[in-house]
Design a protein around this ligand. Sequence first.
Ligand SMILES: Cc1ncc(COP(=O)(O)O)c(C=O)c1O
Length: 437
Amino acid sequence: MAVAEKTVAPEPIESAADHVHRNVSSLGESATLAIHERSATLVREGRHVYRIGFGQSPFPVPERVVEALRRHAPRKEYLPVRGLEELRAAVAEHHRQLDGIDASADGVMIGPGSKELIFLLQLIFRGQVLIPSPSWVSYAPQARILGRRPVHVPTTFEDGWKVDPERLTSACAGGAGPWLLILNYPNNPVGNTYSPAELADLAEAARRHRILILADEIYGRLHFAGGHASMARFYPEGTIVSSGLSKWCGAGGWRLGTFVFPRQLAALHEVMGAVASETFTAASAPIQLAAVEAFRGGDDLDRYLAGCRRILGALGRRSAQVLRAAGVRVHEPEGGFYIFPDFSPFAERLAARGITGSPTLCERLLADTGVATLPGLPFGRPTDELTARLCYVDFDGARALEEIARVPGNGDPGNDFLERCCGDVLRAMERVVDWLG
Ligand SMILES: Cc1ncc(COP(=O)(O)O)c(C=O)c1O
């Protein structure tokens, strides 16, 4: 008699979710993208949303760069993995001229956005990663995807949310290294920057503890006073400078990022190239060719940038002033397009409304007023801290650039200009103030 074969029920295909790696199983969608989508849903429902949650440049890509992209659209070949030679030379020259650093084409790496390059660097780096708190939302999740536990370097409102040599040193005290510090300025989310003296002090501490620095200077050209100082001037042997087209050229969706390695870190660059060759292969050919035009610069691009800085500087300062006048703790920004208010002076009043942390703060603010912001939590702040990131970019950048060209001088364009061109951002700040009660 045939013995019935024992059958094991095959695993249902739906359980594929069980096979997700534990490093990523609890990873949600990036917080910035989630708020963008939630705001879009409210708009579809007919609500007016003040979009100060998602950090995207409001300005158009400069016309000459767009024209270059049109011209190069037929280019379809794979480019060299570290980037088109012509572009690498233009990027190096751009940094030599504007930052006074010793950049060479050989040390440049081009990628599909600096975010991808930062991820690859975290992937190939053997030691521990130091991430200031607060800092940009993606550094820490990238570390966690890779199974790393980043070490946070604390900062405080009172110290302008800045990393200083003492805090850096004590963050390293508990570990063996080697270390990689990700230092971003002008900063997302707080809008601050570092003076040459502060950078020199940090460089000294980094040298002492053999800390490599990834200087995320993607907002460098958006320093309002045009005075960005690159970390690589103070710590040339240990700094990798990160930048790209996304912020100063308004081309986030084009996906083009740049790293500049010093000669001393050529080995890291080489490994990045090897990993890139097995992953993204190369950034898109037409985009790289158009980027050559952007990095070579010219009078039109200088005028464009001067206009962007003038508008953002005035609007950022005004936004902070409106909040401060109402009693919110916030620093005036020095570059980029963010402020990071701390609503703790309203803690009691907010607690009476059931708001005791940044996620509920931002959810309720969006639901009650239509003002979309991001909570301090994904920037590495404690859940019960009443901080939020506001990006003052909800205006028509093309129109604002056209109008600023007609406002004489190069100083603050004044209230009339801000009301006319950036009224929604000012209304958003007023709504926040009214809502606080
Ligand atoms: C501080 C910071 N670094 C890096 C990036 C990534 O830029 P991209 O990947 O577009 O070059 C962003 C984008 O928001 C940012 O704010």
